[in-house]
Design a protein around this ligand. Sequence first.
Ligand code: ZN
Length: 315
Amino acid sequence: MQTEMHKFTRAAIHLGFALGLAFFGSVVCAQAPAQVPEWCRPLPRPEYKSLQRVLPDDPWFEVYKVAPGVFAIYEPHQFEETISYLIVGNKQAVLFDTGMGISDIRKVAAKLTSRPVVVLNSHNHDDRVGGNWQFAFVYGMDTDFTRKNAKGSREDAQTEIAPDQLCGDLPKGFNPKTYATKPWKISHFIHDGFKVNLGGRTLEVQSTPGHTPDSIALLDRAYYPAPIWLYRPETDLDAYVNSVKRLAALAPQIKLVLGAHNIPVAEPSVLPRLVTAIQAVRSGQGTVKPEGEGKAIHSLDGFNFLLAASKKENN
Ligand SMILES: [Zn+2]
């Protein structure tokens, strides 16, 4: 195990939960004209120019090779700008999130690897699990939240395809009327510390609750910029602070952080800065701008946190 650990001192961490830096562009302006939503205008993001693009012909996904055997599968035409990751070992591959379920992510994964693909989710929000139903083997964190969301839903999915949520065309054959998060079967329940051996590369599950009770990060002893969404009812701010503290403690051993929205790569130094920023915001520092109903963007040191008004008042 020691040698195993050594191999991964070039560590990268896959942050599944909404961890992020600045990007005010992604804040949708309610009165913006329906045709080109505000968040869509600054796209494509310049950060992608330096990344190695693969499968350039896919009409919905943009795929980038971000590290050896690690592919970022980005969905730039929808507001979430979801990024899923395919992490390939010698024996099998993990698909870390399956995206919006708007296009066929299984087909993309099959083009990137011939090895069997198992699914792990950073957490079970609709933008992470849309393609889960397509896969034979899906891991799930052993939480009630995970079990409940595995039943699928139509409501959350439908709000994702409102005109102000889209930037460009939906893929051919996509039916907006029937669009829903399809239910899937959890093949195997997992806990903090669970390891997946891909052959020549082992991923370790780090439980990082906060954004949701079942949020995880994957540590490849093998990252991120956007507002951090912490306003949903299942969000627990105390838990979130503890989780980012835990990841920040790992920062000295980490080479690269891969995030789940907007931009795939960031420096590990972002982690301790994130801890400082969320704590300062909770103690009332930073600038506050109302955002939608009962929410506000709290900004400090380049980080933007989308918080519920009531949660903030508690502190
Ligand atoms: Zn989420």
